[in-house]
Design a binder for this molecule. Structure first.
Ligand SMILES: Cc1ncc(C[n+]2csc(CCOP(=O)(O)OP(=O)(O)O)c2C)c(N)n1
Length: 376
């Protein structure tokens, strides 16, 4: 394995010391090391991966240097547009070093949402004309690969280092932002799910929110047909919920979102509000972190999400930060089933149960059960 310190210092020897991106579980150790050893102008966690390419491009325009964009391979879709129409040599010819976590690598077992992306990860780079190497787990060889990448950047190329599981050795984040929130995400999810009317449905976001919802249903001996688990497609749960709400006006639709996912495509909030779905409730479990991939910070608790919702036109907005506040708000919301779109921020603490499992039904089974339920 390579130590995160070795990787970052070797990049530094080539003058590469600007980082932007969205964290990934395979890059947890390296993201933590970068966060602890870079000032806030040299490491920026962006709303989405495409935005990180924009930021690295601006950094290059201002400094002449190339920046690093770190990301999970799920973010490749988000970077295609700025790679094709901004950094490409046929457009502005701007160098960027991509560091891409390779979930779903063929031959390595992974969750269903990672399988397809894993298969096309390097093919997408090929089609975009981006040279890449899979980073070696040996430091000497990795150093030569970084030198090769640095040469490509000097020629103004976009270059990628693809990172397999267990490439980086352990590094634990030192500068952890703390807060005094007490409610866990899991208890908040359970409280909201319990308050739903029998015909209500949920669209839940990527990561642990869907996993905790799935396990709650199983623990209560219930089926999963009322929940659409958006296991991939981070940031799009609110639009899936909108598509359902607009076409099933007699069913109340609850979107269970994360702060990272909401911010990833925050413009979608404006579209929810503009369509005025009376049967729509957008619940954001805000822990100020990308908890599902290592707890790296988002700006979720530094911005006023309910004020954003209010400004774009949700009919009512609320924020709660204790279980008691949540339960009393839910009692009121349950009696106002036709007053949406409603926005509810639930401030929760970081962290999860260590033995949290994963959905045991396949995405297709989930979809079929959900669609059957919607027909009733
Ligand atoms: C486009 C894309 N980028 C990155 C990821 C990796 N990823 C999965 S869950 C997650 C964090 C989600 O954070 P948030 O929405 O705040 O929910 P939390 O995990 O904190 O409950 C990330 C970055 C992804 N699945 N898709």
């Amino acid at each position: 394995m390579i130590s995160p310190e070795f990787f970052v210092e070797t990049l530094g020897k080539h003058g590469i010391d600007f980082f932007a991106g969205v964290p990934d579980s395979l890059l947890k150790n390296i993201c933590a090391y970068i966060a602890d050893h870079s000032d806030s102008s040299h490491n920026i966690i962006t709303a989405n991966e495409g935005a990180a390419i924009g930021l690295a491009a601006g950094y290059h325009l201002a400094t002449g240097k190339a920046g690093v964009v770190y990301m999970q391979n799920s973010g490749e879709g988000n970077i295609i547009n700025p790679l094709a129409s901004l950094t490409d040599k046929e457009v502005y010819n701007i160098p960027v070093l991509l560091v891409i976590g390779w979930r779903g690598r063929p031959g390595v077992h992974d969750e269903p949402q990672h399988v397809k992306q894993g298969k096309v990860t390097t093919g997408l780079l090929d089609v975009m004309g981006i040279s890449y190497e899979v980073l070696s787990k040996e430091e000497d060889q990795a150093a030569s690969q970084i030198a090769k990448a640095a040469d490509a950047l000097k020629r103004n190329e976009v270059y990628a280092l693809v990172i397999e599981k267990d490439t980086f050795s352990e590094y634990k984040l030192q500068n952890i932002e703390t807060n005094d929130l007490t409610m866990t995400r899991e208890e908040a999810i359970q409280a909201v799910a319990k308050a739903l009317a029998p015909t209500d449905v949920i669209v839940s976001t990527t990561g642990m929110i869907s996993r905790e919802l799935f396990e709650a249903r199983a623990a209560w001996g219930q089926g999963h047909e009322k929940d659409f688990l958006t296991v991939g497609s981070m940031g799009h749960a609110s639009q899936i919920a909108l598509g359902i709400a607009l076409n099933k006006k007699d069913r109340r639709v609850w979107c269970f979102d994360g702060d990272g996912a909401t911010i990833m495509h925050m413009g979608s909030m404006a579209i929810v509000a503009s369509k005025r779905p009376a049967n729509y409730v957008h619940v954001v479990f805000n822990n100020g972190a990308h908890d599902s991939v290592g707890g790296q910070p988002t700006v979720g608790l530094k911005i006023n999400l309910p004020a954003v919702a209010q400004a774009v036109g949700y009919s009512s907005v609320y924020s709660v930060s204790t279980v008691e506040e949540l339960k009393s708000r839910l009692t009121v919301l349950s009696s106002q089933s036709n007053d949406g779109p409603i926005f509810l921020e639930v401030k929760v603490k970081k962290g999860n149960r260590k033995d949290l499992g994963r959905p045991t039904t396949t995405p297709i089974e989930n979809k079929q059960a959900f669609m059957n339920n919607l027909k009733n």
